[in-house]
Design a protein around this ligand. Structure first.
Ligand SMILES: [Zn+2]
Length: 449
């Protein structure tokens, strides 16, 4: 199976033959732009509205978990919704306005409507002295409080006077919402793709992952696939904990998984391995990145970061890694108003999607074969598989056939042979196809895990 994203002849898991980076990037950017103004949180109408935007790409379903549901050591919190919020000065001017930026309100703020002196207001204000023009992103999900986030310049300009404070929000029994979309494959063995959808107007951290996951699902839909694919768009931490608690029985079916986040900035790719460290997904992603001719870094698992913390908790321990460009917390705009539509680039998101399609093509193509003619080399020339004139340098395809024939003993997958030979899995996969067609090779059995 060829892995290229710019050649024709679609195969299972292979990218579209008419890959158009500019068009794909424009569509991804359009999705992110549509999602950007929505005020999301770990619960509430912002998540629902966002998932409905993604339904334009794939018919994902919305699932609702009632507040109060116990999920492992956690409880699904009350649902939060917000309509408006502001701080007005004594002359009626708004010094912070939710309608201008939803980051101005501490996410999950309880309602408040009160006049107060600056001294009373100040403990509820947050700013970033080191980046005086940016509004920070703050949350208080599990402690009932309220607050506003301002730029440092706004904060410093506040006169010592009385202010009118309004947060028109509600916090009460409701639901936690998540989105899910499944693509059935030839087997029940699943690949899980997870992205968080709980941040308000932040582009790289949440929207890029949500959009790329939706387009990835769209690209894979309707294909003939070996694995089944399950996409989830969930609120961070509590969403993955709740999903895992409610789906514990199907976890053994999950053979590979990726958390997608921060895939829209122009930084190099980062892959954070699963807790297992040497799972199939870890080896496949590393292989694809090494042959991508793009800059990348690999990191071992750590119990910080995104929902891989839950997927890779010791009692769950799924083979799930995290695919990013610049990791969370490692770019200055992280969790500020500067993680906006200028930070994410259409071309960066398209490249991320292309890389993911190649990872999936490699997962799909990583078969094990058995050489049906293992006693000495088969005569390839007689079958039109070898150059007719001897003495010339071996062509790449012939090299690949020799590697595949030699190590296809049922004990080596194509990925094993790729590691041993230094050849790309795509080249070996194409060679295996040719050898299989010539009756020299057969698949070793059921799908590999
Ligand atoms: Zn975040």
């Amino acid at each position: 199976m060829a892995l290229s994203t710019n050649t024709g002849g679609q195969r299972p898991g292979e990218s579209s033959g008419d890959w158009d980076e500019a068009r794909e990037g424009a569509e991804l950017y359009r999705i992110v732009s549509e999602l950007y103004p929505i005020c999301r949180s770990i619960t509430g109408n912002g998540v629902r509205e966002s998932l409905r935007v993604l339904q334009q790409q794939v018919p994902l379903s919305l699932h609702e978990i009632p507040s109060g549901t116990k999920v492992f050591d956690w409880v699904v919190p009350n649902e939060w919704n917000i309509r408006d919020a502001y701080i007005k000065n004594s002359s009626g001017g708004k010094v912070a306005d939710f309608r201008k930026s939803n980051l101005h309100v501490v996410n999950y703020s309880v309602p408040v409507r009160k006049k107060m002196a600056l001294s009373e207001l100040r403990p509820h204000l947050f700013a970033l002295p080191e980046s005086p023009d940016w509004i920070p992103y703050r949350t208080s999900y599990y402690k009932e409080t309220w607050g506003f986030c301002l730029s440092q310049r706004q904060f410093e300009s506040l006169a010592d006077a009385e202010y009118e404070v309004c947060i028109d929000s509600s916090l009460g029994p409701g639901h936690l919402t998540y989105g899910e979309f499944q693509i059935p494959g030839a087997t029940d063995n699943e690949v899980l793709i997870s992205s968080h959808c709980c941040h308000p107007s932040l582009c790289n951290d949440n929207l890029s992952g949500m959009a790329v996951a939706a387009r990835l699902a769209q690209h894979l839909s309707g294909r003939s696939l070996r694995y089944s694919y399950r996409f989830v768009w969930i609120p961070g931490t509590i969403g993955s904990i709740a999903w895992l608690a409610l789906h514990e029985k199907l976890l053994p079916q999950i053979k590979h998984g990726l958390v997608l986040s921060c895939v829209g900035d122009p930084g190099r790719f980062t892959y954070k391995r699963s807790r297992r460290g040497n799972a199939g997904i870890d080896r496949v992603v590393e292989h694809v990145l090494r042959h991508s001719r793009r800059e990348f870094q690999l990191r071992d698992f750590s119990p910080q970061g995104y929902d891989e913390r839950q997927y890779c908790s010791p009692g769950i321990n799924l083979p799930v890694g995290c695919f990013m460009r610049t990791p969370n917390g490692e770019y200055p705009q992280y969790h500020t108003s500067a993680d906006d539509l200028t930070l994410v680039k259409p071309s960066s998101m398209a490249e991320s999607l292309q890389q993911l399609l190649q990872i999936i093509a490699a997962l799909e193509g990583n078969e094990s074969y058995v050489n049906l003619n293992p006693k000495c080399e088969p005569q390839l020339g007689r079958r039109g598989l070898y150059r007719p004139v001897g003495g010339t340098k071996n062509a790449g395809a012939e090299d690949a056939m020799l590697w595949v024939l030699n190590f296809s003993d049922g004990g080596h997958s194509l990925l094993d042979i790729a590691a041993r030979s230094g050849l790309p899995l795509a080249t070996l996969s194409a060679a295996a196809d040719q050898l299989e067609n010539a009756g020299l090779l057969a698949k070793a059995g059921g799908p590999r895990q």
